[in-house]
Design a protein around this ligand. Structure first.
Ligand code: ATP
Length: 356
């Protein structure tokens, strides 16, 4: 049995997260996977119930879950001065060290390129982001008004575990290729350590191929010929930029799911924000959130050795492909007229037929 937390978040989170739970529940039912759902307050609801946007009660409950689905947090949705800094502390608390972001094109949806199917892994617990690399103080400082200094941290453990996750994912895919993106010739020690760990891990995965591309060249190749890439692993700051570039080449925010993974937990989280401008209108595209939930099933299937969860993820994937190819129940941003609920219903319905 899998225990999955449900954090609705704010604004369109209240609409796209329930569609995700609907689709995941339907997939679990088809494969007879036992899932226990736990709805836990964060964001505005957390503030109303417990006086905090990330209540301690929620953090304690999350620790007992195998993983959770997190809706976007609405930075404008709170009373003045209420804490909105939620996701980075949550990632730190549960040591969610990698952000996994697929970039996939669909034949009938507008995108700069077709036949793109990449999975990015961005290390998110170290690198240049000051708050993530220190227990006290900051990784940035300004000794006087003329100089600012920032640090960049790469550890063997940090590089090794994100590389390992990349190869584990590559192993489940047909091309079985990992591209490690760095700039070792310039950043000999930090990028060098990252590159070394990728090479080390590659030796444990003889069925997969390791390729190495320098980050500047990679940025160009991604724009010109993204089809050549399968799984891509990189450090925090490079990944921050490249994953947005990746989302851009296949259609932008509405089509950008994500999963933050740790050693014990994973958190499904779409790339888009809470989109207050379209909240409450039942028009938000649930794709990114639903596909983030699908990734959680995939991850749980792999880590908890639960083939039914892997199967449930495959069903959601096939159902989404079908709904997009038929183009009858798509939200307005995808060129359709369907509501959020209608698109969610269509995916849930399609997966029941895919499962037969
Ligand atoms: P944040 O600061 O919380 O990341 P943001 O304003 O930078 O938020 P989003 O909230 O993601 O970014 O919204 C940017 C725009 O993209 C919104 O105005 C909205 O119109 C559109 N958008 C975002 N997510 C979706 C979605 N799921 N479906 C349809 N449109 C969306």
């Amino acid at each position: 049995m899998l225990k999955i937390g449900v954090l609705l978040g704010d604004d369109i989170g209240l609409e796209v997260v329930p569609e995700t739970v609907k689709v995941m529940t339907a997939a679990a039912a088809v494969v007879a996977l036992d899932v226990q759902w736990h709805e836990l307050p964060i964001g505005r609801r957390g503030h109303e119930l417990h006086g905090h946007t990330m209540p301690q009660e929620t953090v304690v409950a999350l620790d007992k879950c195998d993983g959770w689905i997190t809706g976007p947090i609405g930075h404008n949705a709170y009373p003045r001065n209420d804490p909105t800094w939620i996701m980075p502390p949550l990632r730190k608390k549960f040591d969610l060290y990698a952000s996994v972001k697929p970039v996939k094109s669909y034949p009938n949806l507008p995108s700069l390129h077709k036949n793109v199917d990449i999975v990015f892994l961005r290390e998110v617990s170290e690198g240049m982001q000051a708050s993530g690399t220190v227990v006290a103080g900051s990784g940035e400082f300004r000794p006087n008004d003329e100089i600012s200094i920032g640090t960049r941290v790469v550890t063997r453990r940090g590089a090794n575990r994100v590389a390992r996750e990349a190869f584990e994912i590559a192993r489940t895919r047909s091309r079985k290729k990992v591209t490690s993106v760095h700039k070792e010739p310039v950043y000999r020690l930090v990028c060098g350590m990252f590159a070394e760990e990728c090479r080390k891990v590659a030796q444990e995965f003889p069925d997969c191929k390791l390729d190495e591309v320098l980050v500047d060249g990679f940025a160009m190749k991604l724009v010109m010929n993204p089809q050549q890439f399968d799984v891509v692993v990189t450090t925090n700051q490079f990944g921050d930029i490249l994953t947005d570039e990746g989302a851009g080449i296949v259609g932008g925010l509405g089509l950008a799911p994500g999963l933050c993974v740790g050693e014990r937990h994973a958190m499904a989280q779409a790339t888009h924000g809470s989109a207050p401008d379209i909240a409450g209108k039942n028009i938000a595209n649930p794709y990114a959130m639903i596909m983030s939930g699908k990734m959680l099933f995939e991850w749980l299937g792999r880590k908890r050795n639960e083939p039914k969860a892997v199967k449930a993820a495959e069903l959601i994937d096939a159902a989404m492909d079908k709904v997009i190819a038929e183009a009858k129940q798509l939200t307005a941003d995808l060129g359709g007229k369907a509501t959020t609920v209608q698109m969610g219903d269509a995916v849930a319905q399609a997966l029941r037929t895919c499962g037969r």
